[in-house]
Design a protein around this ligand. Structure first.
Ligand code: NAI
Length: 663
């Protein structure tokens, strides 16, 4: 087998290169080879310093994910790091791409760090339900201020090279030729006294951290995920224990957490996301050119989709009904770009550059040069059919046509075209330039080119895509409609919106279902219910409560009243809603009983799981893990619980609970 770590000597400087594509993960072979090189270099009196670098597109981007959750294989990373730290000569980490997890811990064990000015650094272990296990929580706060270490370790988000330089995480940045700069730096270091190891230095600024306040904020944000709090506790350990003791405690904590249920669920979520949309990669068909993309309709979704496309580098031609609507759409896109700048998601330059590639007008001829057109007009079959008939008439035969419909039948829309093979659904989630999920809806006649275009678009937009067949609401909205309906039955049976929402939040959702409805507006689902009223099975139960709220003008936050009252500026329970619910209970003649929070959640999960099973047996969803990905990335299902389908197959308690709730 080819070696994964090489070493060459230049003027007394050892250049150790890890070359383990694709991301130089620290698998067992890499660790063993690296350790062997460290030991060999240590025995050579002619070597005065070492540069540790990586070949390919990145520095070590983390542990080998295939080893996660399995018993550690020797040599473990802490052993390798100890050898570097104890070395006679200085070691310099030369970083490009991303130094993540074990990669950053490796760099921390080196004497000094130099990086390319586009490099990123992070300890994302908490996102996998763990904490760093090779000194991240002990060495980091001895190199950078503790407050910064708290952000990096508990948040799991990477920091940029300029920020890393400002806080002292790296010693130097370079613009070009990292290797030459590293060799020059290492030569300087070789002539100096080797500084004390980080483990022999005190923590920086630990007394400036409001530990109590941080704990409250982190616990609230984690919503039941344990890793961020464990990460904070691990950092705090440095206040009470000597560094080497803290290292041992960190390792124990890491091993305990790596074996936890939450870590298993988060690993499952990670692999499920990686596998989602994979079925499309085998399609042997050239995707449409995505350099210029058309969008029809510039409301909430059209403007969001346009913003996402612009930020991915495409040019966008947006078609609206008239000039005033085109101007309004332009203003919406500008606002979204400005908000992205304010959020720090994009630079001002990138936003300025994006708007230069945007053009909105009521002239359909502007679309003709687009390889793909995404329709996002009103959720009305006749309006959408009109749009598709026109697109089919004006667009070149090889252009792909997509709809962003939430519920409507993609097959019926495709029938308005001469070539239904070029039609597919691309279901974005609001706000489209922020939300990661994209449901790629495969119609009865959708062809390979349309599907490969959907897959290429998802990749370009860095979205997680899941393939769905055609049904009312596809995967996500169909499941949501089912549990929303069940939550309304629970209102009839004795629960109140605030109790159901609180149970969902306690479970780990960012918001409860009634809070979500108030935020997105009750009118979309209301229109949907009215549209489908004639097809409703009258023998099935129906709750009229939501209809009554809408009839009373309570459409959610936008009208200051929905399931809650917002007229005071904050959300309050509304006795009027309780009165409507109680009236409905009386007229439906139901026996009211109380629900525990656990019963509420068991019922919601049971409905999600049953609907998920139906989606699988009907062939709408390709796998149970795809369903979980949809719920995790599009509907706020708590990631540390894996997803409803994962829970169904991994938790016997819950399964029994569902049975009890159904009975
Ligand atoms: P919206 O009402 O905000 O925007 C619709 C836009 O389409 C309006 O600006 C309107 O002027 C324009 N329009 C209508 N007919 C047109 C035509 N013939 N030609 C050109 N423009 C036309 O609606 P929204 O919320 O953006 O929804 C659009 C679509 O996206 C719907 O199908 C909806 O179900 C779907 N969707 C909505 C989500 C949401 O959270 N709002 C989420 C995912 C999908």
């Amino acid at each position: 087998m080819a070696s994964l770590v090489g070493c060459e000597l230049r003027d007394g400087i050892a250049i150790v290169t890890i070359d383990a594509p694709p991301v130089n993960a620290l698998g067992q072979s890499v660790r063993a080879e690296l350790l062997a090189h460290i030991q060999e270099i240590e025995g050579r009196a002619d070597i005065r310093a070492a540069v540790l670098r990586c070949a390919g597109r990145t520095f070590v981007a983390g542990a080998d994910i295939n080893e996660l959750g399995k018993p550690p294989l020797s040599p473990v990373l802490p052993e390798v790091l100890e050898a570097i730290e104890a070395a006679r000569i200085p070691w310099l980490a030369a970083i490009h791409g991303t130094a993540l997890g074990g990669g950053l811990e490796l760099a921390l064990a080196c004497t000094t760090r130099i990086a390319d000015n586009k490099a990123k650094f992070g300890l994302p272990e908490v996102t996998l339900g763990m904490i760093p296990g090779a000194g991240g929580t002990v060495r980091l706060p001895r190199l950078i201020p503790m407050s910064e270490a708290v952000e990096i370790v508990t948040g799991g988000k990477p920091v940029t090279a300029p920020h890393a330089l400002a806080i002292g995480l790296v010693d130097r940045l370079c613009e070009t030729d990292l290797l030459s700069a590293a060799i020059a730096f290492a030569t300087e270091l070789a002539g100096e006294l080797k500084p004390a190891s980080l483990l022999d230095r005190p923590c920086r600024g630990a007394e400036e951290v409001d530990w109590q306040g941080k704990a409250v904020a982190i616990r609230a944000k984690a919503r039941g995920a344990e890793a961020p709090m464990e990460a904070l506790d691990a950092l705090k350990e440095n206040l009470e224990l000597p560094a080497r003791e803290a290292l041992k405690k960190e390792r124990q904590r890491f091993l305990r957490m790596a074996a936890s249920e939450q870590a298993a669920a988060l690993r499952y979520a990670f692999f499920s996301e990686r596998n989602a949309g994979r079925s499309l990669t085998s399609i042997d068909s050239v995707p449409a050119d995505l350099w210029r993309i058309g969008v029809v309709g510039g409301g909430t979704m059209g403007a969001g989709i346009a913003t996402a496309l612009l930020l991915s580098g495409s040019e966008v031609r947006l078609l609206e009904r008239d000039t005033a609507a085109a101007e309004a759409a332009t203003a919406r896109v500008k606002d979204m770009l400005d908000a992205s700048v304010a959020r720090g998601a994009v630079s001002r330059d990138a936003a300025g550059n994006a708007i230069d590639r945007f053009f909105a007008s009521p002239d359909e001829a502007e679309l003709i040069s687009c390889g793909l057109v995404i329709e996002a007009v009103f959720e009305d079959m006749d309006v959408k059919r009109g749009v598709f008939a026109r697109l089919d008439a004006i667009m070149p035969k090889d252009a792909v046509l997509a709809t962003n419909t939430s519920y409507l039948d993609v097959n019926v829309l495709a029938e308005t075209t001469i070539n239904p093979a070029r039609v597919l659904g691309l279901h974005f989630f609001a706000p489209a330039h922020v939300m990661k999920l994209l449901e790629i809806v495969r119609g009865r006649d959708t062809g390979g080119r349309a599907l490969s275009t959907g897959a290429a678009l998802a990749k370009r937009l860095k979205k997680t895509s899941v393939v769905s067949g055609v049904c009312h609401g596809f995967i996500g909205n169909r499941i949501m409609a089912a549990y929303r309906r069940d939550c309304e039955f629970m209102l009839l049976a004795g629960a109140l919106p605030a109790q159901i929402d609180a149970a969902m939040r306690d479970f780990g959702f960012a918001m409860g279902i009634f809070e979500v409805q108030d935020l997105s507006g009750l009118d979309i689902a209301w229109a949907q219910r009215k549209n489908t009223a004639s097809a409703r099975d009258a023998s099935l139960p129906y709750s009229r409560i939501a209809d009554m709220l809408c009839e009373g003008g309570r459409l959610g936050r936008k009208t200051n009243k929905g399931w809650y009252d917002y007229s005071s500026g904050k959300k309050t329970d509304d006795p009027e809603v309780t009165r409507i619910i109680e009236e409905e209970r009386t007229s439906a003649g139901v026996t009211v009983h109380t629900f525990t929070d656990e019963q509420i959640m068991n019922r919601i999960l049971g409905v999600m799981q049953r609907e998920g099973q139906a989606l699988l047996s009907e062939g709408i969803a390709e796998s149970a893990s795809d369903i979980d990905v949809v719920m995790l990335t599009g509907y706020g299902f708590p990631r540390h619980r894996g997803g409803p389908m994962y829970l169904a197959s991994h938790s016997t308690d819950r399964a029994e609970g569902h049975q009890a709730a159904r009975d």
